[in-house]
Design a binder for this molecule. Structure first.
Ligand code: ATP
Length: 211
């Protein structure tokens, strides 16, 4: 079945990596089918949403059978480009950046950080988790032209200027771990992960909407 990916809603697309990871584990443990209820419990998405998400790409679960794990996996691989490895750069080799560089080589990871950047002379030229740290001033000179995604783990004050540099170097997607709101051209996508805001929100919901 040919799937028009532009028809998949963004909210659905965002959940695909979550489904994918769980299904890969299922497949590795030899399971060939899964029900939307099982999936729902594992990924914490309600089963009606899962059924709607899956219907966008023609995976219609059969009553009493569920979904075919391998069919779903092959679809996700194609959609998420999991057959190819996506190369990523990281800017800011501090505590958080270092943790990501070490996490880099864990199994089932189809994105890989291929180079890192910093401005601290003590870090330039070092290898962290097998990745070489370059000076940010050399970004345009050394960046692999295939890289379109960057992770930003720098202090907040430095974030906007670095985002400008990344955009000038051809980066199209930034995973921003700083609290800064980044101003980028419309053609560039920023996903913002602010750990303290997420934690605050969680605490708020626990307090006001107990489950
Ligand atoms: P560390 O423990 O190494 O000091 P940290 O985790 O406490 O770092 P920050 O002070 O936020 O965190 O710095 C994160 C990293 O960003 C550091 O390695 C720092 O050298 C780097 N950094 C700071 N300013 C810039 C900049 N303008 N461009 C690139 N990297 C920068």
């Amino acid at each position: 079945m040919k799937i028009d990916q532009t028809k998949i809603p963004q909210a659905t697309a965002k959940r695909l990596p979550l489904y994918y990871r769980f299904l890969e584990n299922l497949s590795a443990s030899g399971k060939q089918r899964v029900s939307s209820t099982e999936l729902s419990e594992a990924v914490k998405v309600d089963s009606a949403t899962i059924r709607r998400d899956f219907s966008y790409f023609g995976a219609l679960g059969k009553k009493g059978y569920g979904y075919n794990v391998n069919y779903l996996l092959s679809f996700f691989r194609k959609t998420l480009d999991q057959d190819e490895q996506t190369k990523v750069v990281l800017v800011g080799v501090g505590n958080l950046g270092t943790a990501f560089l070490h996490y880099n080589f864990s199994k089932n990871n189809n994105t890989r950080i291929v180079m890192a950047f910093d401005v601290d002379d003590h870090k330039i030229g070092e290898e962290v988790g097998g990745v070489t740290v370059h000076h940010l001033g050399d970004l345009e000179k050394v960046i692999d032209p295939e890289v379109t995604v960057a992770i930003l783990t720098v202090p907040q004050v430095a974030a906007q200027k670095i985002a400008d540099q990344l955009v000038a170097a051809g980066i199209q997607g930034i995973l921003n771990f700083t609290p800064a709101r980044l101003d980028v051209p419309e053609t560039v996508r920023v996903h913002h992960i602010d750990l303290s805001v997420e934690l605050q929100a969680l605490v708020y919901f626990l307090k006001h909407y107990p489950v």
